[in-house]
Design a protein around this ligand. Structure first.
Ligand code: GRF
Length: 229
């Protein structure tokens, strides 16, 4: 059993949020971390695109932003990561949250940050990884879907699952309506997953992530709701 993230006695971990676009999960993380007692500090937001709308939102929240335009690196992922790594070091980053970051990493970078880098994906992984997860869910006819926070591994949208949130899928859903419902769950689970990691409550048991002191829950979720008669 391996304890990921900060170790006992470490100071409050400094977090970098990596974005490529809108930044709504980024804002949820920033707002949660501003509340007294949150066990991590959002130190910097890094975008790989100059036109990411989230950059202005981060600045409005008083968070330092850095842009490392990845397009100019072409397919040279390692060269991009060298620049990224030096920005992470400069800001003394201990944990990374990917929040709509649309660039793949090399296996080396992922290994170096294993246990310290989270991602969020808008489906109940391992179902519907990759592109268009909402359309994938609708095409499969599932009755519930949701979002997953997981540790990042070299395989896309895989890695030990930290937390999931579930929403019902309605008969008249479109990818847009489903995505809106899932996004509000994303904004709840991502800060909570970061809280668990930063407060040392997670344990990695091979490919399985376990949580100490699991909160009580109803234990079941059924959709559509059963009707009598
Ligand atoms: C979210 O749906 C997230 O799950 C996925 O990309 C989207 C990013 O949205 N990885 P936002 O930029 O956080 O608003």
């Amino acid at each position: 059993m391996v304890k990921p993230g900060p170790q006992g006695g470490d100071p409050k971990p400094r977090v970098a949020i990596l974005i490529s676009g809108r930044g709504s999960n980024m804002v949820a993380l920033i707002k949660a971390a501003k509340v007294d007692g949150f066990p991590a500090e959002i130190a910097v937001v890094i975008s790989n695109r100059t036109d990411a709308a989230g950059l202005a939102l981060a600045a409005a929240e008083g968070i330092q932003t850095v842009t490392i335009e990845s397009k100019s690196f072409g397919k040279d992922r390692a060269a991009f990561e060298t620049v990224l790594q030096s920005a992470l070091q400069k800001h003394r980053i201990g944990l990374i949250c990917l929040a709509g970051f649309m660039r793949l990493f090399t296996a080396e970078f992922v290994q170096a940050w294993y246990g310290k880098m989270l991602n969020i994906h808008p489906s109940l992984l391992p179902s519907f990884p990759g592109l268009d997860p909402h359309a994938q869910a609708l095409n499969a006819g599932v009755k519930v879907s949701g979002a997953t926070v997981h540790f990042v591994t070299p395989e896309t949208d895989a890695g030990p699952i930290v937390m999931q949130g579930v929403v019902e899928v309605r008969d008249d859903d479109t990818p847009e309506t489903l995505s809106t419902r899932i996004l509000s769950i994303e904004h709840q689970i991502y800060p909570n997953a970061l809280r668990l990691l930063a407060s040392g409550k997670l344990r990695l048991d091979g490919a399985i992530c376990r949580v100490s002191g699991d909160a009580d829950s109803a234990g079941t979720l059924i959709a559509p709701r059963p009707t009598s008669g």
